[in-house]
Structure formats: C-alpha cells, structure tokens
Design a binder for this molecule. Structure first.
Ligand code: EPZ
Length: 430
C-alpha cells in the first residue's frame, strides 16, 4: 500500500490544469451501453474508478479502448450479458449506473447491490423506485438486483429522499427514460453539473431531454440512440481541492480548466473567509494569498449548495481560521472520518451528530494519519501542505480513485510531496 509524505510550509506557485470530471465520466461511460455505433469520450481522467467502469463494461460486451491521444472509445459488441459482478461493484458504487442503461437497452440486468461505505449507508432505493415506476421488475436476490422488463413506459417520477435529490439515481432514471415509450417527467432531479453533462451526452446521442440543469427533467423516449463524441466537463471537486490547497498555504496559484460557475458556493464561502479568487476567464482563476482566515458556517447541500465532496478539504482550511466555524453535513451525516485525523495534526474539531465544530488553531503539525475515503484523503493532503514538518498519509489508494496524478500536479506547484511504495515501508505500513 502506498503512502504520501507531505512536508508542509511550502508556498505553492504557478498553475495547475484540472482533469475531466470523474463523476461525469463514470455515468457517461455507462450510458454508452444505450448506443449503437462508436462513442468517443474526451477528457476522461486516468483513474482507478475509470478502469473499474471499463472492466464492468467490457464484461457487459462493450469494447472500451483508451486511444493513444487519451480519448476513450466505446462500442457495444455483444448484448447477451447483463451481469455487473460484486467483486467489481464493491470497489466502486458508481457501478450502479449500468442498471438503468441495461434495463432500457437489454431489458434485463443483474447488478450487485453496492452496499454501504465509510461515508455512510448509501441506499439505492430511489434508483429502484424510479426504474420500477418506468416498468422495470426489480427483485433483490443474493445481494444482486435482478431486473427484467418487457418494455419501459414513460411516467411521472418524484425522485426525492430524506436527504434531497440523488445524483446517480437521477442518472439511472434519466438513462432508462431515454429509450422508454412516451414521456417521462422526473421531479426533484439532481441538478449537479455531472448530471447535466450526462444529459448533454445523451442528447448528442439522439435523446430528447428538456429541463437540463433544473429539478424537472422531461424526457421523450426515442427508439434508438447513436454513437457520438463528447468532452467531459472539468472536475469541479478537483478544482475546489486545488483552490483550497492554494488558500491554506497562503499561495498565489492559477487553476486552469476550471469552471467557477460550477463552484459558486465555494467561491462565496472563500470570500467570507477573506480570500480573493480572481476569475481570469470562463475556464481559469487565480487564488490570491490571504493573511488570515475568518471562521464561517457551512451546510453541505445538493447543487448548487456547498458540495459534500469538498466538506473535508474545507474543514482542513477552517481548522486554521481565526475563530469557531460550524460545518453541517446534510448529505452524508456520518461523513466525518477525517475529524479524528485532522485532530491528530493539531486541529481542534468536535463532532456532534451531523455537525462539526471547528475551533481554529494557529498552526497544524505533521503526523502520521490515515486516509479513510477519497475526499478525506484529499483533506489530509491539503492539511499536510500547511502543517509544520512531515505528514505521513497512509492508504492513499483512496486518492488514486479520484485525483489524476495529484502528487505530480502538486510537485509542479512546488509542494514537497512524495509517494512511497509499500516495499520501502514494509515495516511501517499497515
Ligand atoms: C454521488 O454519489 C457522487 N458519486 C458522490 O461522490 C457524491 O458525494 C454524491 O453524489 C453527493 O453529491 C458519483 O457521482 C459517482 P446521492 P451518489 O445518491 O449518487 C441518499 C466522491 O467522493 N440516497 O446523490 O451515490 C444518500 O444516502 C463521491 O466522488 C438515498 O436515500 O449520491 C445521500 O444521503 C462520494 N437513496 C443522498 O441521498 C438512494 O436511492 C445523496 O446521495 C440514493 C441516495
């Protein structure tokens, strides 16, 4: 297992280019199950989760090729298979995104239930409800969702749950509805830019979708979808992570291939904290060094609210604020595994139910910490960049799921970060 050694206190300089969005790329890859002909997807990041999706699709008869220029080409070759195995699904929940396309195109699916994970219970009842309303017969057997249908028929679907809209649930229902007979209206659809990107991709394939980016999606089913070419939107969470890394180190860095309009809740909070972010163009911004950080209160919410996927990184920044901040996690009330690890670095954070109360401290000090999930790992890196001395971040395989070449990008900015393989740390690693 690899670990990172981060030596803090370096000012970052220069620019970083953000990769394509993981959470847009994964459902878009799954959507290619729906199409006839070849698809070319540009800007797909090189990540472990992308490899997992490629493997699932390959087992489902889709040829997936990474072209020499980095684009991904897909083409359905064989539609007889409908199984997404537990061994793959358990490593990545986004695998559930093949369920909707399989039901719509192949009328049958056997997709492993993803189960919970370290950030919470994460049920898929809303995915099932939406697909069942469209006419899918779904049963749960031996840990698998077994789906069958004669045909899907458009209908009205309210897709909200106790925590609001569902991102991949909306993806699944949207994909299934594109080939359903008649009109589907989805209310309380997720509005995240990644869902919008999927809808744009489906539209290019020939789907009839209106209301993209709003909580009401209207889909008029079509008979078939064709292959197309699409460029994935920039990863707003990776961009946000680098912006926070610049802020916490008091640096001036430029973030390229970043769409600030997808990050307005973060921009607003950074302003309250007292930081300046210059928008250089539609796809580029510069973080300016700040002198001190004001405390702020934040609630994570569905888009355009503050993203839960930046909560941990923001907590690292607020741990150095001049006063008390409160973060309320409204999407995953248990997504606080990073609290104890940040406290190991000298932060003073108390968790009370879905709230984290962060008493700012003047400095953090490097220590060995554990990365518990993807975004918590990013928070450890961000905190490590600001901490005195060396922070040793174990289990960084989490970060490889969602950040393309993070240590290379940080090194280019002047950060002192080193990946150490398990061979070198045979005695120290778990
Ligand atoms: C997506 O997960 C993202 N993953 C997550 O990113 C992200 O944290 C999350 O959306 C919220 O923004 C991908 O896009 C691949 P949800 P998803 O369904 O779709 C509850 C990362 O780090 N819910 O929008 O699984 C659920 O428990 C990851 O990149 C139900 O109750 O999230 C949560 O409280 C982690 N029933 C809320 O809704 C359901 O059927 C929102 O979850 C589905 C969800």
């Amino acid at each position: 297992m690899d670990k990172f050694l981060v030596t803090g206190g370096q000012e970052l300089k220069g620019s970083v280019t953000i990769s394509g969005s993981k959470n847009a790329a994964l459902p878009i890859m799954a959507a290619t199950i729906l199409s006839e002909g070849k698809n070319i997807i540009k800007g797909v990041p090189r990540l472990r989760d992308v490899d997992t999706m490629a493997q699932i699709l390959t087992e489902l008869g889709v040829r997936v090729t990474r072209l020499p220029n980095g684009d991904i080409e897909t083409e359905v070759k064989n539609e007889s298979e409908s199984l997404a195995r537990y061994e793959l699904v358990k490593t990545m929940r986004a695998s559930i995104c093949v369920l909707g396309p399989l039901m719509a195109k192949r009328k049958t699916a056997r997709v492993s239930l993803p189960g919970g994970c370290v950030i919470g219970v994460r049920p898929v009842d809303l995915h099932e409800k939406g697909l069942q309303l469209l006419g899918a017969n779904l049963v749960s057997e031996h840990g698998y969702i077994i789906g069958k249908t004669k045909k899907l028929i458009g209908t009205e679907i309210y897709l909200g749950g106790a925590f609001g809209s569902t991102v991949t649930g909306t993806d699944n229902v949207l994909m299934a509805a594109t080939l359903a007979e008649g009109r589907t209206v989805v209310d309380n659809a997720a509005c995240e830019p990644e869902v919008q990107d999927l809808a744009v991709f489906l539209t290019k394939m020939g789907a009839k979708i209106s209301g993209i980016g709003t909580p009401r999606l209207i889909i008029d089913g079509v008979k078939s979808l064709k292959g197309t070419t699409h460029t994935i939107i920039p990863d707003r969470i990776e961009a946000g992570t680098f912006i926070i890394a610049g802020a916490i180190t008091g640096s001036r860095i430029t973030v390229k291939n970043c769409r600030l309009e997808h990050l307005s809740a973060l921009v607003d909070k950074l302003r309250d904290i007292g930081l300046t972010l210059n928008k250089n163009s539609e796809t580029e911004c510069t973080v300016l060094p700040g002198k001190k950080f004001n405390p702020v209160d934040i609630s994570t919410l569905p888009y355009p609210g503050f993203p839960t996927d930046l909560q941990a990184q923001m907590m690292a920044l607020l741990s150095l604020a001049d006063g008390i901040s409160v973060i309320t996690e409204k999407i995953y009330p248990d997504r606080f595994m990073h609290v104890a690890e940040l406290n190991r670095l000298g932060a003073q954070i108390r968790k009370e139910g879905p709230y984290a109360i962060i008493k700012g401290v003047p400095k953090l000090s490097g220590a060995p910490v554990m990365a518990s999930d993807l975004r918590a790992s990013a928070a450890m890196v961000v905190a490590g960049l600001a901490a005195e001395g060396t922070t040793e971040i174990h289990r960084v395989y989490h970060i490889d799921r969602g950040y393309e070449k993070i240590e290379e990008k940080l090194k280019k900015l002047g950060a002192k970060i080193k990946r150490v393989s398990d061979k070198e740390t045979a005695t120290g690693d778990e």
